[in-house]
Design a protein around this ligand. Structure first.
Ligand SMILES: Cc1ncc(COP(=O)(O)O)c(C=O)c1O
Length: 418
């Protein structure tokens, strides 16, 4: 029995799918202690968009540490934080004409989701929220209350209050979801209080790469405006350029009331999260959402370098180019293998849905087969039936094609039953 099995809690999860010991990683490759090399399409669940140990970002973090830069500061003013805020303003907010205040939250995504929940209630003086079926927003109690999965919710060990789950339009094209929500909000007999906010993922990543259309996002934003309900976009997994533009909602031209960011914002896989707040909603009292680790200085340095890197190496253009490559490969080489495979994707997040394929746990078997062939890839969605293609935005074209070819071979093998 390894020390991990001997000592680590049963709660461990991803290491069960990839039972090796990793020692080193560079950009899109990971290496194990016994010398095996893996291509990484898992990407730290979205936290490694710039690749592992990206040299441009690494150099800046090392320089900062070697200069004895402040390493821990709660929310004190530091030059690392100043540089990040200035860079974020100049490279992200100003070009998109976004007027947001920046709130630094505890280090994980779920903490920023909690902050968004608290603030939307404080602003509107209402308590209920709407979220969508299939949603994932994190593992602390507030975030779990707007997360739809039975298993994570059961882990709460207590009732989770306050959320009305709206049928996701992807699964219910027969429902006029906007009208349905409007009726819930307006009909005195709906049995549902008008919510403080609607929480959405523009692309549900853990939910199985389920995409909200541009039109739906615009209609939802207009509904929230009409009703005085806040629109909160959880951009933790699909922000930071994953869908092409920096924010995942830019494609629809909407401006949410609040935006949650984490995962790749730090650029180096370091913990960091933030909440963007329209200035009129920034009614926090000082210290009302405190926390010791709300200012990871190394993450500020990494995040600043990452935003520069994004511009310098034209990651937006590369993401759209790679989107076209992935789509073509999937259409030409994978979908032809089996008519029941469904496919969804945009930018650099794509899902192959094996839910209707008549093989027990097809996605699980294909994922395992991929791992045997040197590709780390995760699954998502109901019954984990969706293979989630989510490489680093920096991946080289030959690596991207090599990974896709592994998926094709693994799929062929599992479909053939051999
Ligand atoms: C959309 C979304 N929201 C929230 C979270 C929670 O973030 P964290 O795991 O950093 O708490 C995740 C994590 O996967 C996520 O994908």
């Amino acid at each position: 029995m390894s020390v991990f099995e001997e000592m680590e809690s049963n709660v461990r999860s991803y290491c069960r799918s990839f039972p090796v010991t990793f020692t080193r990683a560079k950009m899109s490759k990971m290496y194990t202690e016994d010398g095996r090399e893996y291509l990484d399409f898992f990407n730290g669940a979205g936290a490694l968009d710039y690749g592992h140990n990206n040299d441009y970002i690494k150099k800046r973090i090392i320089e900062y540490i070697e200069s004895d830069g402040i390493s821990h500061a709660l929310d004190l003013h530091t030059d690392a934080k100043r540089k990040f805020l200035e860079t974020y303003r100049d490279l992200v907010l100003a070009p998109g004409k976004y007027d947001y205040k920046v709130m630094f939250c505890g280090p994980t995504g779920t903490n920023a989701v909690e902050a968004a929940l608290k603030l939307s209630r404080k602003v509107t003086k209402r308590t209920g929220v709407f979220a969508f079926t299939g949603s994932f927003h994190g593992m602390t109690l507030g975030s779990l209350s707007i997360t739809s999965g039975k298993t994570p919710r059961a882990g709460a060990g207590q009732p989770l209050y306050g959320t009305t789950f709206i049928p996701h339009p992807h699964f219910h094209p027969e429902i006029d979801t906007i009208k349905y929500m409007e009726e819930l909000m307006c009909d005195e007999y709906s049995g549902v209080e008008k919510p403080a906010a609607v929480f959405i993922e523009t692309v549900q990543a853990e939910g199985g790469v389920i995409i909200l259309s541009d039109k739906f996002l615009r209609d939802l934003c207009a509904l929230c405006d009409r009703m005085g309900v806040l629109l909160v976009v959880d951009d933790i997994q699909v922000g930071c350029g994953r869908t092409g533009k920096f924010f995942s909602f830019e494609r629809a031209g909407i401006v949410p009331d609040m935006v949650v960011q984490s995962k790749s914002i730090s650029g180096y896989g370091l913990p960091m999260s933030l909440l963007l707040i329209k200035p009129e909603h920034d009614i926090w009292s000082p210290a009302e959402h405190n926390g010791t680790f709300r200012g990871n200085q190394m993450a500020f340095v990494g995040a600043t370098a990452a935003l520069e890197y994004r511009e310098k190496y034209e990651l937006e253009r590369k993401t759209f180019e790679n989107e076209a490559l992935i789509k073509k490969f999937v259409e030409d080489r994978i979908l032809i293998l089996e008519k029941d495979i469904e496919y969804r994707g945009m930018g650099m997040i794509h899902g192959l849905d094996f839910g209707k394929v008549k093989i027990d746990n097809a996605a699980g078997k294909i994922g395992r087969e991929c791992f045997e062939r040197g590709l780390v890839i995760e699954r998502a969605g109901r019954g984990d039936c969706v293979l989630k293609i989510m490489p680093a935005l920096t991946i080289e074209k030959d690596e991207l094609m090599a990974g896709l070819e592994i998926i094709e071979k693994a799929t062929r093998k599992v479909l053939s039953g051999k």
